[in-house]
Design a protein around this ligand. Structure first.
Ligand SMILES: [Zn+2]
Length: 390
């Protein structure tokens, strides 16, 4: 029998422990993974800790029940965004309960979901599961989803094709079936330094950067006016942004170096790689020949340091209707933020985003989650378990 009170107390205890691990993305998550793996092993799960290639971090995949097709994957990231520079009125890495809310870094994004899943470990273990329940916990989601990319080969080799993957990012337990994709890139320009009074002796990298930024902003204006459009998103088109830029050394020196970060978030039905290709083409065909003709040492490189595939809706599919029945919702939604979902969908795993908490709290000082939201997620887990026993 499902005892709501006992379950909530368990969830709170586990969430308190998870928040206390400072798993800011630039730090190790191994202590948290050890804690989680020990807990799941004790409950009887088949646990795989997958060490990161070149840093002290790990992913973890744990399985309850037989590893056969048709299961559910409950997926979440273990890292959190930094608290530096934010004005917290409560301790960030210590859970504080107040007025039905739980404060602390990661409570909403997304240790709350992990805590609910973990609180159900014994119930998963004791149920007569005919289909498996997998827990897939990743590192480095907040810094470009690099952890999940290391987990993908294991998932495709080991996890029998699931019926559904649930990414427990905060949606207030709404079922989100789509989000935009994202590219994040750094463009570096090597010019040639000279005295500012001798423009023909140099190539100003800052000016070249300005030209490229103009090109990116023109692409932004173009999609804003000409589309494609998808009205389920706000705004209903692909967006671009220029981030930090640095270059130049003095007003009287022609700069030989400039670099800038930029990103774009593209609609699921827009061809993201084609946008990158168009930008590279512009550089290769138009800009590089001009500056190299002046001085061959001039160069432009573009490094893509994060790629988030979009999550594409699959209306009427079994995965989406199954997710809606688990969440007891009649309609689905889309989310404005990116998640690891597109990577799972890339393995042909039906995937949705559905988790407790409000994305408006994520990444903010005094981040919190409502206890009632965790309880709604707990009821979701009960339905997952029941579905996997059928
Ligand atoms: Zn998140």
């Amino acid at each position: 029998m499902y005892d709501k009170q006992a379950q909530t107390a368990d969830i709170l205890k586990i969430l308190e422990a998870l928040v206390a691990f400072d798993t800011t993305s630039f730090k190790s998550n191994l202590d948290l993974i050890d804690f989680v793996a020990a807990k799941l092993e004790k409950a009887g799960a088949n646990v795989h800790v997958l060490k990161a290639k070149d840093q002290p971090k790990a992913n973890m995949v744990a399985t309850f029940g037989p590893n056969v097709p048709g299961g559910v994957v409950l997926s979440g990231h273990t890292d959190v965004v930094p608290v530096e520079g934010q004005e917290w009125t409560c301790p960030a890495f210590e859970m504080t309960e107040k007025d039905g809310k739980l404060f602390g870094r990661g409570t909403a994004d997304m240790k709350g979901f992990l805590a609910v899943a973990l609180a159900h470990a014994d119930d998963f273990a004791n149920a007569s599961l005919k289909k498996p329940i997998h827990l897939a916990f990743s590192f480095d989601e907040e810094v470009g989803c690099t952890g999940i990319q290391e987990m993908l080969p294991f998932l495709s080799d080991y996890v029998a094709a699931p019926r559904l993957v649930v990414i427990g990012e905060p949606t207030s337990m709404q079922v989100a079936t789509a989000h935009k994709g994202q590219y994040v890139a750094k463009t570096r320009i090597v010019g040639r330094e000279a005295h500012s009074s001798r423009p023909d002796d140099g190539v100003n990298a800052v000016v070249v950067a300005a030209e490229l930024i103009r090109y990116i902003d023109d692409m932004a204006s173009h999609v804003r006016q000409a589309g494609p459009f998808d009205e389920s998103f706000e705004p209903p088109h692909t967006t671009f942004n220029i981030g930090p830029i640095s270059g130049g050394s003095a007003f009287n020196i022609i700069s030989n170096k400039c670099e800038f970060d930029w990103e774009f978030r593209f609609l699921p039905d827009q061809d993201g790689p084609a946008i990158i290709a168009a930008y590279m083409d512009h550089i290769e065909q138009k800009v590089l020949p001009t500056i190299k003709a002046k001085f061959p040492e001039c160069d432009i490189t573009n490094e893509i340091w994060a790629y988030l595939p979009p999550l594409k809706a699959d209306p009427g599919s079994d995965g989406e209707s199954f997710a809606m029945s688990l969440a007891q919702k009649n309609e689905s939604t889309v989310v404005a933020f990116g998640t690891e979902a597109g990577h799972f969908q890339g393995l042909s795993f039906p995937t949705v985003v559905c988790g407790p908490g409000d994305i408006a709290q994520a990444h903010k000082p005094d981040e919190f989650i409502e206890i009632s939201d965790l309880e709604a997620c707990s009821r979701f887990m009960v339905r997952v378990r029941e579905a996997m026993c059928q």
